[in-house]
Design a protein around this ligand. Sequence first.
Ligand SMILES: NC(=O)C1=CN([C@@H]2O[C@H](COP(=O)(O)OP(=O)(O)OC[C@H]3O[C@@H](n4cnc5c(N)ncnc54)[C@H](OP(=O)(O)O)[C@@H]3O)[C@@H](O)[C@H]2O)C=CC1
Ligand SMILES: O=C(CO)COP(=O)(O)O
Length: 319
Amino acid sequence: MSEVSILGAGAFGTALACALSDRVVTLWARDPAAAEAMRTTRENARRLPGVTLRDTVMVTSELGDAMAPVLLLAMPMQKLAGFVTDHQEMLQGRALVVCSKGVDLATGRGPARVIADALPQATVAVLTGPSFAADIGRGLPTALTLACADTEAGAALQHALSAPALRLYRTHDVAGAELGGALKNVIAIAAGVCIGAGLGDSARAAIMSRGYAEMLRFAAARGAMAETLAGLSGLGDLVLTCTSEKSRNFRFGLALGAQQEFDAGTTVEGVATARALARSAAAEGVDMPITTMISAVIDGKLTVDQARDALLARPLKEE
Ligand SMILES: NC(=O)C1=CN([C@@H]2O[C@H](COP(=O)(O)OP(=O)(O)OC[C@H]3O[C@@H](n4cnc5c(N)ncnc54)[C@H](OP(=O)(O)O)[C@@H]3O)[C@@H](O)[C@H]2O)C=CC1
Ligand SMILES: O=C(CO)COP(=O)(O)O
């Protein structure tokens, strides 16, 4: 049995398994056929093609075989609540490190709260920051934030999950870390829309800066620290995903801006999160114009032109 298991064999879970394969690590895939294919070909051809899984990566579809002391949860945000509720008993008493980025649309909760509500006794941490699965899977250097309210447990996890090319910084600001990862995906969609609609690089820089301003406002309203948002999990990830076509959120925005189809099977966390955040911002009186416009454009309530005009026509104000 390994010390660390990764639950969810998508692009990110597979990449993390590769990063941690300097030791024995277990990767759980819910689909037995996918697990069998990975075991025999040593590749996750569907989610992370071109990356070879070392022999130290044990792949299983039996959840019980993956019950290590430290579990990394690498599944889409909207699936997290169902997963932890369904497997409450098995997950009890372990350190749960969630890698999902987003807000639960049904309840408005972030990933750490979703887990803590289902497993009140669990040690919960968040692993987030600028990191494309394709980069991590290839062993390229990456720095992430590990957030845990319990400083001692956080330090232990920081050491347990660091690897030769994976450098972890630690914080106790769980809300800040998870909000950074959730909020930036919506701004990445907006940046993609901007480029896809031909609005230009200057407009994208404005979206990134003003998007960051609204990330800070929302995070402050939730009691998060501005310093956390200025770090890897906020600004770092915002820059990455607003400027690279490796980002699915950015690519989704590109397609939306260019009025092109986008593959519905691709995980685009910012879509549900935009809806959840726009709803919360309105309810809590937090000014989030870009997030609100992007949510409306995604839902077809506004065209890109209407959203652009509405943003430009806002009352002039101090920066
Ligand atoms: N890809 C990246 O570069 C990064 C991703 N992340 C975050 O990691 C999370 C996962 O993303 P990523 O791996 O890229 O997504 P993928 O779409 O590549 O994979 C999602 C994985 O989750 C599994 N899954 C879906 N539904 C469930 C469920 N109900 N129970 C258990 N497993 C389920 C899928 O299984 P199946 O294959 O059987 O459908 C699949 O293995 C997201 O929140 C994302 O924001 C964070 C940093 C980087
Ligand atoms: O969060 C990510 C990189 O840090 C991955 O971004 P996408 O989900 O947009 O591909």
